[in-house]
Design a binder for this molecule. Structure first.
Ligand code: EPU
Length: 338
């Protein structure tokens, strides 16, 4: 086990922010994870996974533990379904590609989401009409206080829109080590209802889509709107889409009848934050190396050497202008590390 001192984290966060870790260690197995947690010489520890949903705003004065646990195995199989246990350090999109190669359905709408499997439940990743919770069976997580592995079933995770137990009561208390998903072997439940997918399939002339066709469509849509973190640092959607009450929505709609919206339930509506931000004139804006993506205003980008502080300042400026103009508060979906 090698502990490196004073290491740059630039390659370990998709925003490409160049801050340093006081010390850094790769975690390749569960026994090693326990050993590192027990190290008294490093009282402060920081858990880092795929680095695709964090904004680092300063050097991390802790032992950074990079969760690199690997492995995919089928743990249960029936005629129609499989349950697949995936270790936390597996890359999410590589898992999606693996499932497509096996002919397993359920993950196709979640193609090309950056990050690793272990962090997928924390924010209940979602895209194009599907969320992780739709395929989730359970996860295992090591409790930091006791170093015991605890199983969390669906209910215990308290999934919500970009939300879960691990972002609330359980925050900072667990390291997710594996996730078990239920996938279909046949009679796949295709989700093509999301407008952009239908359009993409139509354009490609696909009438009866396979799971692979849906994945290909999602990949095309994402590539056309969302920047590739390898080329332009970003963390996907920086903000959550605000959910507002029916009452607030009715007043908002009177003033802005052209605004897109989704009905969540009979009392709540969701407004795309990207639209609100674009209306405030930020789409494509740039302040030094911190910017707003030119094709999707919900995505903040690092044009090269932006600091985490600069990205954070831009985020605050956007929040305040959206609030002034629309009287709607938007909050970050990205985990800001201060
Ligand atoms: N819009 C604008 N201007 C923009 C961006 C969007 O007017 O700059 C409008 C679009 O025209 C559309 C609406 O907002 O009418 C929704 O846009 P889009 O379909 O691109 O989706 P989104 O609500 O902006 C959410 C997720 C994405 C996910 C897509 C597709 C959140 C915070 N974001 O974005 O997730 O890929 O839907 O399902 O819910 C992520 O979490 O990192 C992420 C990329």
């Amino acid at each position: 086990m090698e502990i490196k001192e004073n290491t740059s984290l630039k390659d370990y966060n998709t925003f490409g922010i160049d801050v340093k870790a006081h010390s850094f260690v790769e975690i390749n197995g569960l026994a090693q994870l326990q050993r590192v947690l027990e190290l008294q010489a490093y009282p402060n520890k920081f858990i880092l996974s795929g680095g695709s949903n964090i904004l680092l705003t300063q050097d991390v004065d802790a032992l950074v533990m990079h969760i690199n646990l690997k492995g995919i195995s089928v743990v249960e199989e029936t005629e129609n379904e499989v349950q697949v246990k995936v270790m936390a350090g597996e890359n999410w999109h590589e898992l999606v590609l693996w499932s497509l190669d096996k002919g397993y359905g359920g993950l196709e709408n979640l193609s090309l989401i950056p990050g690793n499997v272990g962090t997928a439940p924390i924010q209940n990743i979602g895209a194009y009409g599907v969320e992780l919770k739709d395929v989730f069976v359970s996860c295992a997580a090591m409790e930091l206080a006791t170093m015991e592995l605890i199983a969390f079933d669906h209910e215990a995770c308290k999934f919500g829109y970009r939300d879960s137990y691990f972002k609330n009561e359980g925050k900072g208390k667990f390291i997710i080590t594996s996730v078990t998903l239920r996938l279909t072997k046949k009679d796949h439940q295709l989700n093509t209802g999301y407008g952009a997918i239908e359009g993409e399939l139509k354009q490609k002339g696909v009438v009866y889509p396979s799971i692979r066709d849906i994945s290909d469509a999602v990949i095309s849509i994402r590539q056309s709107k969302l920047p590739d973190p390898k080329k332009l640092g970003n963390s996907g959607s920086f903000f959550k889409n605000p959910v507002i009450s029916k009452n607030t929505f009715e007043k908002f709609q009177k003033k802005h009848p052209e605004a897109p919206f989704y009905k969540v339930d009979k009392n709540q509506y969701k407004i795309p934050a990207g639209w609100l931000i674009e209306q405030c004139g930020f789409k494509g804006a740039r302040f030094g190396d911190a910017g707003v993506h030119e094709k999707q205003a919900l995505v903040l980008v690092n044009h090269g050497n932006a600091s985490g502080q600069e990205i954070l300042e831009l985020a605050k400026k956007i929040q305040s202008e959206v609030s002034n103009k629309f009287k709607i508060n938007i909050s970050p979906e990205v985990n800001i590390i201060k």
